[in-house]
Write a protein that binds this ligand. Structure first.
Ligand code: THG
Length: 870
C-alpha cells in the first residue's frame, strides 16, 4: 500500500492540466484535448456538412446516449434526424467512462434495457465496420454476508422469467472464475456470463457511423444557444451556425442537461458527482492468465474491478458522507467550455475501498497505479435516468441523468426511438419517466438524494426499501404533523405517507428484511381494524386533476376505455395505448356538467397528466386541465363502522340508499366542506374525502373523536395493499401497465368496446379480443413460511418457468399468502397447482377463484339476496 501511496504522491495527477499522464488511461481512451475544429465560414456548412434548416428530430448531445438515439431513429427509418454536439462526440461523461456492461439490474424493466444494449454492442462492429472493444468475460457479484446471499436469491427469482442468464455459484466456482481472489470472505457469487466492458469512445463512434450510414446528420462544434417553441408545437433550435426548425427535440446532454432545460424553464433533477476509478500498470499475475478475468463487484467493499489490458481497473463508490458532489454546477451552472476534462483526483476519499480491494485481490498490493480518473457523471435523486416525453411542454423529450450511461445507452436509444416513432413506449419503464420529478424537487433535495444514491450504490436491495435522505420535501399533507411520529413513513412522489402505525410494545422503525419483519404483526392489526371496525388513512399523494371546458367529455371519451360517468358519479377508467395496452388507471368523477375530477396513483401523476395534455393539444380540444394534487388533501375512511362514524358529523343521509357506492357529493363534515366519494381500495364500506389541505387536521380530529366508541384508528398503505389484494383489485404498475392489455389483466368489466366514441386503443383491442390470449392474470395462494411474495417472482411448473407474479401479500383475513400471477391459459384453472420461487426455494401454490374475500358492495348484495330483499 505504501508503494501505491508513494506513487500517488509523486506521479499522479489526472486533471486536465496533467493531460499527458492520461497516456496511461485504458487503451481505448483518447487524448483529452479537443480537436480544434472550427466551423467553416458561412452559415450553411458545419465541418463541411450542409446545414439543415429543418428536422423531424433534433437530438442535443453527442455522448453515447444521444448518439445511440440518433442511430436508432435513423435506422428505424426516420428521415431528417439531426444530432447537435457542442464540442465533439463523447465529450462530457462518455469519454472517461469505465465502460462496464452487465445484464444485471435489480429492477424488472431495466433488465430489458441492459439486454438490448448488450445485444446491440455484440453486433455493432459487424454492422458499422467500427471496432468497439467489447470484452465479455462475464461478471461475478460477490456476496460476503448472509444478507447478500439472500439478496442474490431474491434477485434470481426476479430474473428467471427473463432471458438473462444468471447463476448462483459457490466460493470454489468464484475462485475458478477469478483465480486472484482471496477467499476469506466469499460466501457465494452471482455469475452472469456475457457481462464485461466496452470502449465507450469506440462505441460512440460506431453508433455515429451507423447513424450516418442510415442518413442522420451529425454536427459537432454546434452548441445550442436557445430553444424557442413555435405556435404549432415545434421548436426553433438556435446554434451559432443557424437555426433548425424541429418537430421535436431531445435533451441528451448529460451534465449539461440542466443548462439546456433552463432554456425552456425547467430545472431538471440531475446533478454531477465525482466518480473515480483507478488503473494499474501490468500485474505479472494478470499477464500470466490465459483468459481474461471476469469483472467482479465486491458489494460489501463497494467497488467494481476488472482487467484492463494486463493490469487491473477498479472503481469504488464512497459512502454518502465521503462522496463528492459537483453542486456548484447546479447552483452556478457548468463552466462554459468544460468538455474533455477531469477533476483533480483524491485518493484519500477512496482509500478505504482501495484497502478492501487489496484484501480481496491481494496482487493489487504490489501493483503500480498509473492513473486515477476522476470525472463528472450525472445522478438523479433515485439513480435512474429520466427518459421520455416531458410534461408541461409539447414535443420536448429527455434522455438524461445516466449514472451508468454506457450500459444504458444502447437499450435506451432503442426504447426512446421506438416510443418516438410509434407514439407509445415499447415496454413499461415507468421508473424512468421524467415526470416522476417535478417542481417538488429542489436543490437541497437533489443534493441529499444524489449523495444517498451514490453512497448506496452497492447497498443490500431489500423489498419495500425506504430511503430517508432529503425528506420531508414540501409535499407533506395537512395531517403529516399529526401522524409523523405515530408510524413508519413511506415516500411516494415526494410525499410522506404512513406505511403502518405503532402501538405500545411494537418493534418500531424501519427494519428491512427479505422475510417478514417488524411490520408484519401490526399490519395484521390494521387489516382487522378495517375489516371489523373502522380505520382512517392519509391518501393525499394521489395525483388529482380537473378537466373542464367545452370539449372535456369528448376528450375523455377519446382517452378512456370506459364510458364517462354521469354528474355525481364515479367510475374506474383506463387509458390505453394505440396498441391496446394499459397506459393508466384513473378514477373519474363528473362533478358538474362537463367538469371532471380525475384521480390517479401517486406514482403516475406527471405520467398521466402528460398523456392527457398531449392528446388535448394534438387533438385541438377546447379544454382546461389543472393539476390540483398539492392543494387538495385526501383522507380515506373505511370499515363496516365507517358510515356510523361519519354520520355523526353530518346531516347528509349516508345510508346505502342516500349515498350509493361510486357516488360523489360535496358534504359538510363537522361544518367543513369536503368532496366525498363512496369508494375504497380496501374493498370495504368507505369514503374518500377530498378537501383543502388546511382543513385536513380538523376533519381528521373530528373523525377520530366521533369514532372513539366504534374503535376508530389509523391504518397505512401496507394494510391497504393486503386488503385490496384479498378483494382481487388490480394495481396499476403491477397487474397492469403498458406491457399488458386489459383483457389479459382481467379488466374486461371496465372496457366498453361498444361505446360509440373511438377511444385510443379500441381498434387494437378488438383485434386482441378476436385472438387467443397467451397468458392471463390469475389469482393464487402460496403455501409459504416466513416470506411472502411481493410481485415479479418466477412461477414454475414441472421444472419449467411458466409465468411471473405481479404483486403479493399476506392475507390476514384468510391467513395465507396471496398473489396475482400471469399464467398460460392451460395452467390457470381453479385448483391448478404451480410453484412460486421465493428466496431460492419453490413453494407450492394453487390457482383459486377471485376474490378471496368479498368486497363490501358484493357482500351487501349477497346478504340482501340471502334475506330475500334484493
Ligand atoms: N381511489 C381513487 N382513485 C384511484 C384509486 C383509489 N385511482 C388510482 C387507483 N386507486 C385506481 N384503482 C382502483 C381499483 C379498484 C377500485 C378502486 C380504485 C374499486 N373497485 C371496485 C371493484 O372492483 O369491485 C368497484 C368497481 C366498480 O364496481 O366499478 O373500488 O383507490 N379515488
Amino acid at each position: 500500500m505504501s508503494r501505491i501511496l508513494n506513487l500517488i504522491g509523486n506521479r499522479l495527477r489526472s486533471d486536465a492540466a496533467a493531460c499527458p499522464g492520461l497516456a496511461g488511461l485504458p487503451l481505448r481512451t483518447i487524448c483529452c484535448s479537443p480537436r480544434k475544429q472550427a466551423a467553416e465560414s458561412g452559415a450553411s456548412y458545419v465541418l463541411g456538412k450542409r446545414w439543415k434548416d429543418t428536422a423531424e428530430t433534433v437530438v442535443i448531445g453527442g455522448g453515447c446516449v444521444g448518439t445511440s438515439l440518433t442511430y436508432h431513429l435513423a435506422k428505424g427509418g426516420m428521415k431528417d434526424v439531426v444530432l447537435l454536439e457542442k464540442s465533439e462526440l463523447t465529450a462530457g461523461s462518455t469519454w472517461h467512462a469505465a465502460g462496464l456492461t452487465t445484464y444485471y439490474h435489480p429492477g424488472i424493466n431495466l433488465k430489458k434495457v441492459h439486454y438490448d444494449s448488450i445485444k446491440l454492442y455484440e453486433s455493432l462492429e459487424a454492422e458499422t465496420g467500427q471496432a468497439v472493444g467489447f470484452h465479455q468475460p462475464g461478471s461475478v457479484r460477490i456476496a460476503s454476508t448472509p444478507a447478500r446471499v439472500d439478496e442474490i436469491k431474491y434477485q434470481m427469482t426476479r430474473t428467471h422469467w427473463h432471458v438473462t442468464p444468471q447463476h448462483l455459484i459457490g466460493p470454489e466456482k468464484v475462485r475458478e472464475l477469478f483465480p486472484l481472489i482471496n477467499m476469506d470472505k466469499v460466501l457465494a457469487g452471482l455469475y452472469t456470463p456475457g457481462d464485461g466492458h466496452i470502449d465507450p469512445y469506440s462505441l460512440t463512434m460506431a453508433l455515429a457511423a451507423g447513424a450516418r450510414m442510415y442518413g442522420a446528420q451529425i454536427y459537432t462544434t454546434a452548441p445550442v444557444s436557445a430553444l424557442t417553441p413555435t405556435a404549432d408545437g415545434k421548436w426553433d433550435v438556435q446554434t451559432p451556425h443557424g437555426t433548425i426548425r424541429a418537430n421535436r427535440i431531445v435533451n441528451a446532454t448529460g451534465f449539461w442537461a440542466r443548462e439546456v432545460g433552463k432554456m425552456i424553464g425547467f430545472e431538471h433533477a440531475t446533478i454531477p458527482v465525482h466518480h473515480q476509478y483507478v488503473v494499474t500498470a501490468t500485474v505479472p499475475e494478470v499477464k500470466a492468465l490465459k483468459t481474461e478475468l471476469p469483472v467482479i463487484r465486491d458489494l460489501d467493499g463497494s467497488y467494481y474491478l476488472r482487467q484492463e489490458r494486463d493490469g487491473l481497473l477498479f472503481g469504488p463508490y464512497e459512502n454518502m458522507e465521503k462522496m463528492k458532489l459537483q453542486d456548484s454546477w447546479v447552483r452556478d451552472g457548468v463552466p462554459p467550455g468544460f468538455g474533455k476534462e477531469l477533476f483533480e483526483s483524491d485518493l484519500d476519499r477512496i482509500m478505504e475501498h482501495v484497502e478492501m480491494a487489496m484484501e480481496m485481490v491481494p496482487v493489487l498490493k504490489k501493483a503500480d497505479i498509473i492513473n486515477i480518473v476522476s470525472g463528472p457523471i450525472t445522478y438523479t435523486p433515485d439513480l435512474l435516468p429520466s427518459v421520455g416525453p416531458h410534461q408541461g411542454v409539447s414535443n420536448y423529450w429527455t434522455a438524461i441523468g445516466f449514472g451508468y450511461g454506457v450500459i444504458h445507452a444502447g437499450g435506451i436509444g432503442k426504447f426512446l426511438s421506438d416510443w418516438i416513432r410509434n407514439g407509445e413506449p415499447p415496454y413499461d419503464l415507468i421508473e424512468c419517466d421524467p415526470n416522476r420529478f417535478s417542481k417538488w424537487v429542489d436543490v437541497p433535495f437533489l443534493c441529499a438524494k444524489a449523495r444517498e444514491s451514490y453512497g448506496f450504490n452497492n447497498v443490500v436491495g431489500y423489498p419495500k426499501e425506504e430511503r430517508f435522505a432529503g425528506r420531508p420535501t414540501h409535499r407533506t399533507s395537512g395531517v403529516y404533523e399529526l401522524l409523523k411520529d405515530k408510524g413508519s413513513m413511506g415516500f411516494h412522489a415526494g410525499w410522506e405517507q404512513p406505511h403502518w402505525f405503532y402501538k405500545p410494545g411494537d418493534d418500531t422503525g424501519y427494519k428491512p428484511s427479505f422475510r417478514r419483519t417488524n411490520w408484519f404483526g401490526p399490519v395484521g392489526r390494521e387489516c382487522k381494524l378495517v375489516m371489523e371496525k373502522v380505520g382512517v388513512i392519509d391518501l393525499t399523494p394521489f395525483g388529482k386533476f380537473i378537466v373542464k371546458g367545452k370539449d372535456s367529455q369528448m376528450l375523455l371519451d377519446r382517452l378512456f376505455a370506459n364510458t364517462m360517468p354521469k354528474v355525481g358519479m364515479t367510475n374506474i377508467s383506463h387509458m390505453l395505448t394505440p396498441t391496446g395496452r394499459v397506459f393508466a388507471e384513473v378514477t373519474v368523477t363528473q362533478l358538474t356538467p362537463g367538469e371532471f375530477f380525475l384521480i390517479t396513483g401517486s406514482g403516475s401523476e406527471g405520467h398521466d397528466l402528460r398523456w392527457i395534455e398531449t392528446e388535448a393539444a394534438d387533438g385541438g380540444y377546447d379544454v382546461d386541465i389543472s393539476n390540483v394534487t398539492e392543494e387538495m388533501g385526501v383522507l380515506g375512511i373505511a370499515g363496516p363502522k365507517s358510515r356510523q362514524v361519519l354520520q355523526k358529523l353530518t346531516d347528509e343521509d349516508l345510508s346505502d340508499a342516500g349515498f350509493k357506492f361510486l357516488r360523489c357529493k360535496t358534504i359538510k363534515l363537522a361544518g367543513i366542506p369536503v368532496r366525498a366519494i363512496r369508494i375504497s381500495y380496501t374493498g370495504e364500506l368507505g369514503w374518500e374525502l377530498y378537501m383543502d389541505q388546511s382543513n385536513m387536521a380538523a376533519v381528521y380530529r373530528a373523525m377520530m373523536e366521533a369514532g372513539k366508541d366504534e374503535g376508530i384508528d389509523n391504518f397505512g398503505t401496507y394494510a391497504m395493499s393486503s386488503l385490496r389484494l384479498e378483494k382481487g383489485f388490480r394495481g396499476w404498475g403491477q397487474e397492469m401497465n403498458s406491457d399488458t392489455n386489459p383483457l389479459e389483466a382481467g379488466l374486461d368489466y371496465f372496457i366498453k368496446l361498444n361505446k360509440p366514441a373511438d377511444f385510443i386503443g379500441k381498434a387494437a383491442l378488438q383485434e386482441i379480443k378476436a385472438k387467443w390470449l397467451k397468458r392471463k392474470l390469475s389469482y393464487i395462494t402460496v403455501d409459504t413460511d416466513d416470506v411472502d411474495p411481493e410481485g415479479n417472482e418466477t412461477v414454475w411448473h414441472n421444472g419449467k418457468v411458466i409465468g411471473n407474479t405481479t404483486s403479493g401479500a399476506y392475507s390476514y383475513t384468510s391467513q395465507q399468502s396471496l398473489a396475482f400471477a400471469y399464467l398460460p391459459p392451460e395452467l390457470r384453472s381453479v385448483g391448478q397447482k404451480v410453484e412460486v420461487e421465493l428466496l431460492g426455494k419453490t413453494y407450492p401454490a394453487t390457482v383459486i377463484q377471485e376474490p378471496l374475500v368479498l368486497t363490501e358492495p358484493t357482500r351487501t348484495r349477497l346478504q340482501k339476496k340471502g334475506t330475500g330483499k334484493a
